[in-house]
Write a protein that binds this ligand. Sequence first.
Ligand code: PMP
Length: 379
Amino acid sequence: MKNANHIYLDHAATTKPYPEVVSLFTKLETEHYGNSSSIHGLGIDALSYLNKARALVLKSLCLGSNYKVIFTSGATEANNLAILGYCLKHQSRGKHIITSKIEHPSVLECFKYLETLGFDVTYLNVNRYGVVEVDSLKKAMRKDTILVSLMSTNNEIGSINNIEELSKVVHENPKAVFHSDTTQSIGKDHLNFSSIDMFVISGHKIHGLKGSGCLVLKDKISLQERVFGGGQEDGLRSGTVPVSLCCSLAKALEIIYQKMSIETQHISKIYQQFLDKIRNMEGIELNSNSAGSKYILNFSLLNKKASVVVEALSNLGIYVSSVSACHSKKEASSYVVKALGKNENLAHNTIRLSFGEDNSENDADVFASTLIKVMETIR
Ligand code: PMP
């Protein structure tokens, strides 16, 4: 997996697919290319692969038949389907919904859209570590709250919410369901999935393929469809099902959970090495907290422009990210870092390192010495 010419520290943006995933995808696209809705042999063959993929997703997550899997193009679409699909279907039960200020845009933009439709939204603050306090959720819950959406691991700073405790608060109201954007936790952090009513997976974050993902939800939950047409995916997402992508997602999920205990130990070591190198460097302020994910380490530059540093590092073969890949082109400042109570300059100049299995212990030394050189040379 390692490319000798560069050091890749942007795994929260995307990951390199496992070779097994690519070969499975190629095999299915060349030999098992039937439409899973066709009733002839090749269609039945494709359908059986699709059914196996669905079952493998649930098995890898240790979930039973009280959950269902809706395949999507990734986590953005799955978050949209869950939030919009639930709120639009069940708005007669209540129009109050809750999320936090540091959610991914694929969640926040759904809430903003629902506001335009007359929903009343509470955007919860986070504490200085980027965590939603259970008490603040308790205070925000109302009789007419129908949905709460809180991410498990934040994609910019790696803060981790106490999903189990938050879900208990939500479920004190029998009308409310709990959705979580679990994109950055899948295969990385231990989560009690059965405490969550709806959660999402993105294939390309777990060494699967871009364009693959799914929504996992409790079987009894009904949603309004988002894509109208032939009624595929339980009537929620019409269109010919990309069976090979679905199978590639299930394969990536199976592999990442098989490797999880070894990988998390490896990543914890890498994280510690980077942290040791960075925390005492001049001109740097950490935004991540060691209670958070060991896959993400975020800091701000006090006197340098992050975009210039990212470019200079890139020219030397070190790939890191500033703000987050999802909105770094249109928005130069991090609303997540601002939500921690930090000033505009710090929010403007964040660097995110995100680790993966291809990182080695040597990478921290190379990164730190290169960063020091870069900071000395640029103005
Ligand atoms: N949620 C989070 C927390 C993410 O990090 C991302 C990817 N940046 C997404 C949602 C969207 O994932 P996808 O690229 O699969 O649409």
